[in-house]
Structures are given as structure tokens and as C-alpha cells.
Design a protein around this ligand. Structure first.
Ligand SMILES: [Zn+2]
Length: 269
């Protein structure tokens, strides 16, 4: 089995996790910028984090033969402070041309607030100006359907943005159709306690098909399983999905999306 982990917060994982992922067939990992479990106190905290995502972490992954890519932003949870968000968005251009940066993410909404919306629009503008791919986080605790609708409205109202260059992550049964019908990519996040279980993910694949969809583990500092994608592949095989279709969903689909950024190199497997 080969797969790509398209959304893994590796800075919070151990070297054992890297070893297990590579052993299970992981061929590349992509790491969006996210909330660290605490609010950073200044733009300097983000500067250091962007150095970690674009320099230190790729080197750590390379020790296990794993190509590492990243996405940059100030995450929605810290976007309530618009002044800080503007400062962070102001330093991203210093990092955007680094060789492992695929785009802007994970941007989006957390509480669907006015300030979050403003910061989302600033990020979308930055992505348009820099011709970057976009990775979007949809809310977990607040109204996901409302948040997803608001996000799609922001993306569609900027005519420079092409839906096929945006992935809307953490979709669930009530939002996936909305996302795919509008021409965007959809990401399903596999979690042991919240979000989407492997069986729910495969149910959604059975209902919505296998085009413009990827699966990820998110694997952050909370309870999460770095091997969630290959474990879900086992569930697909158990349900008689053929090996070629499994490979499409867990390897070729994320590779197809990410290859829209010329910096993404198709991993050798
Ligand atoms: Zn994330």
C-alpha cells in the first residue's frame, strides 16, 4: 500500500510516528499551519513556527525518507485578533517561495465570527495575489454547515479563485455535497473521538464517489491516530473496494490536487 498524508500536524508527533507512517506506506506528508494548543503572544511566535514548518520539520521527516510539504497562515482560532492576523499575513510572503510551501492553509472559520471572516478574506486575497493553492478548515464546534456556506461564499465572491485549486477540509455528511457540487475538493478528517470515523468516511465515499476527495488523519497534539488513512484503506478493502480505487483515493487524488503546485514532486513508490 502507498498513501499520502495530506494533512498531518507533524510538529506535535514523535519520531516513532514518522517510522510507523513510512512503514505503513506513507510516501509524502503535508502539514498545514494550525493552532498550537495555546495562543501565540506575537507575530514573532508565528515567524518561528513558519521556520519550523519550512526548515526544521522537513529535515526531521527526511531522516525517515519522507518528503514533507507545508501550508502557511494564521489559523482561524487565533484570527479573532485582527491586528495580529494582519501582522502574520504580512510576513507570509517571506516564506511563500520556500521549496516545501504548497499554499495558504489551514484558513477558514472556527466560531463563524465577523473577525474570522475578515481574516479569511485577507488570506484569500493573499492566495490570489501569490497564485497559491488554498486549504480550508471548517468549524467543528460551531455550526459546520453555516460555516461551510460562509466559506464557499467568500471563495466564490473572489473571481480570481478557482474552486479546483481549493480543498475544503473536515467535511461531514451534511457538507460534502455542497462542497463537491460547487467544484471544490473535499477532505475527510479521520479521528478516533470526534469528526469522522473510518466507516463514516467509507460510507461517504460510497455515496459521493471518489473524485476530488482525500482523507487525512490531522494527527495533532490531541487524541488522534497518525495511521488513520491506511487503517481506513483496510476498511475500504473489507468492503470489497478494489486495490486500484483505494490507491486513487489515498495516493493519486491527493497527488493530483497537490501537483497543481509545481513545487510538489510526485513521490517515487
Ligand atoms: Zn489541521
Amino acid at each position: 500500500m502507498r498513501y499520502i498524508e495530506p494533512h498531518g500536524h507533524m510538529v506535535s508527533r514523535t519520531t516513532d510516528d514518522y517510522q510507523d507512517m513510512v512503514t505503513a506506506g506513507c510516501a509524502a506528508v503535508c502539514e498545514p499551519a494550525f493552532w498550537a494548543g495555546f495562543d501565540r503572544s506575537s507575530v514573532d511566535g508565528f515567524h518561528d513556527y513558519f521556520c519550523q514548518l519550512t526548515d526544521y520539520e522537513p529535515k526531521r521527516a527526511a531522516k525517515f525518507g519522507l518528503p514533507h510539504y507545508s501550508w502557511l497562515c494564521i489559523n482561524p482560532k487565533e484570527s479573532e485578533d485582527v491586528k495580529l492576523a494582519q501582522e502574520v499575513i504580512g510576513i507570509i510572503p517571506q516564506f511563500i517561495d520556500r521549496p516545501n510551501v504548497l499554499g495558504i492553509g489551514e484558513i477558514g472559520l472556527n466560531k463563524n465570527s465577523r473577525n474570522e471572516m475578515k481574516v479569511l478574506e485577507l488570506h484569500v486575497d493573499l492566495a490570489a495575489r501569490t497564485n497559491s493553492l488554498i486549504l480550508v478548515h471548517t468549524p467543528h464546534l460551531e455550526d459546520k454547515l453555516k460555516g461551510t456556506r460562509l466559506i464557499l461564499d467568500v471563495l466564490r465572491s473572489d473571481k480570481r479563485i478557482q474552486p479546483e485549486r481549493c480543498i475544503i477540509d473536515h467535511v461531514e455528511e451534511h457538507t460534502i455535497g455542497l462542497v463537491l457540487d460547487a467544484g471544490f475538493w473535499a477532505g475527510m478528517t479521520l479521528y478516533p473521538e470526534s469528526k469522522c470515523s473510518p466507516s463514516r468516511a467509507v460510507d461517504m465515499l460510497d455515496c459521493f464517489g471518489h473524485e476530488r476527495i482525500w482523507m487525512n488523519s490531522a494527527c495533532d497534539w490531541g487524541v488522534s491516530i497518525p495511521l488513520a488513512v491506511p487503517r481506513t484503506a483496510l476498511e475500504m478493502r473489507r468492503r470489497a473496494w478494489n486495490a486500484d480505487l483505494v490507491d486513487k483515493v489515498i495516493f493519486r487524488n491527493p497527488a493530483q490536487f497537490m501537483s497543481q503546485c509545481p513545487k510538489f514532486k510526485l513521490p517515487q513508490t
